[in-house]
Design a protein around this ligand. Structure first.
Ligand code: 2E7
Ligand code: F3S
Length: 314
């Protein structure tokens, strides 16, 4: 069996920044660091931070007044910010800058009373945060998940209408949804393409290439990771048997029967150590040394704000 490693794979710039913010906070503050929601959707990352003393909560109400809170990379609604201020929390905002960009679009539309449509997955924290930027009582924000939702949607004023998207959607599905929005509401405005981020796009392009040369694909990522699920979906839709695994221990030997070329990729929140463990496991079963597939080089880096920087004293 031959192993092909996809590029790019694993951590994106937003995830690296979020983890660095929490790690620096642990060094700077001698108090408990609370993180609202999983910092990123990866069990290994969350458990590692938990072992270092980080406390994860779902709601701001669970945090004692005057504590330190980190908002997850997926972002939060305006209501969550207000709640945090009311509790006099010190806020460290690990929201990915590419999500903040979408928040600003929605907030501006809200101020102008332009109705907004969000393309995204119901219940996902990014979608809740994005929808929670719209606070104009006279306007409205809608969520669509599919072309069918667009067919069933009616808005108050289609002359003043805007759309934004979740950052981790399937490129092809989103194109279809945008086309049907533009057909139904010709005056709708929105980002030039969509708000799907560079990391999501690059990982999907790489998986598509991988499907052409492999019999099976393993996507390393947690079950609640949207971008990782989209990679597994894409593999299967393109006709290559693909499985999403949290770690090597999820692999079933039966999957590997008659597999000569196995592809491995990892979602934007999955650390490389988990990929290494998968390789080691496959090699124990007799696989050859892995081959790195060439792909798009990612140069995006998101700096962390100066006040979050931990400078080690010499
Ligand atoms: C933040 C955003 O944590 P993830 O698995 O999140 P998704 O949104 O894919 O479930 O991946 C990193 C990440 C991606 N998008 C973090 Cl808004
Ligand atoms: Fe940001 Fe995209 Fe990563 S939105 S957190 S760069 S997957």
């Amino acid at each position: 069996m031959n192993i092909i490693l996809t590029n790019p794979r694993g951590f994106c710039a937003g995830v690296k920044r979020a983890i660095l913010i929490v790690e620096n906070a642990l060094k700077i503050y001698k108090k408990t660091i609370y993180v609202r929601h999983e910092l990123v959707h990866n069990e290994y990352v969350v458990n590692t931070l938990r072992q270092k003393g980080v406390v994860f909560v779902q709601e701001i109400s669970e945090i004692p007044d005057y504590s330190i809170v980190v908002f997850s990379a997926h972002g939060v609604s305006k209501k969550v910010i207000q709640e945090s201020i009311k509790k006099k929390l010190i806020i460290l905002n690990a929201t990915c800058p590419l999500v903040t960009k979408v928040h600003i679009e929605v907030s501006n539309a809200s101020k102008k009373g332009i109705e907004t449509i969000v393309i995204g997955h119901k219940g996902h924290p990014e979608v809740e945060g994005t929808m929670g930027q719209y606070d104009n009582k006279n306007g409205k924000i809608y969520l669509v998940e599919s072309v069918k939702d667009v067919d069933n949607l009616s808005v108050k004023n289609s002359e003043k209408l805007n759309f934004v998207t979740q950052t981790t959607l399937s490129i092809t599905n989103t194109k279809d949804i945008i086309s049907s929005l533009q057909n139904k509401f010709p005056k709708i405005s929105g980002p030039i393409k969509e708000d799907i981020c560079y990391a999501t796009t690059n990982r999907q392009i790489a998986v598509k290439k991988l499907t052409q040369i492999t019999d099976m694909i393993l996507v390393v990522g947690s079950k609640n990771s949207s971008n990782s699920n989209r990679l597994a979906e894409l593999g299967n839709e393109t006709g290559t048997f693909t499985k999403l695994i949290s770690s090597f221990s999820d692999i079933k030997k039966i999957w590997l029967k008659n597999v000569h070329y196995i592809g491995i990729t990892a979602g934007a929140s999955a650390p490389e150590i988990l990929v290494t463990e998968v390789i080691q496991y496959l090699q124990k079963l007799g696989a050859n040394k892995p081959i790195e597939m060439l792909g798009i080089k990612e140069k995006t880096i998101f700096k962390i704000p100066r006040k979050f920087l931990y400078i080690k004293k010499m």
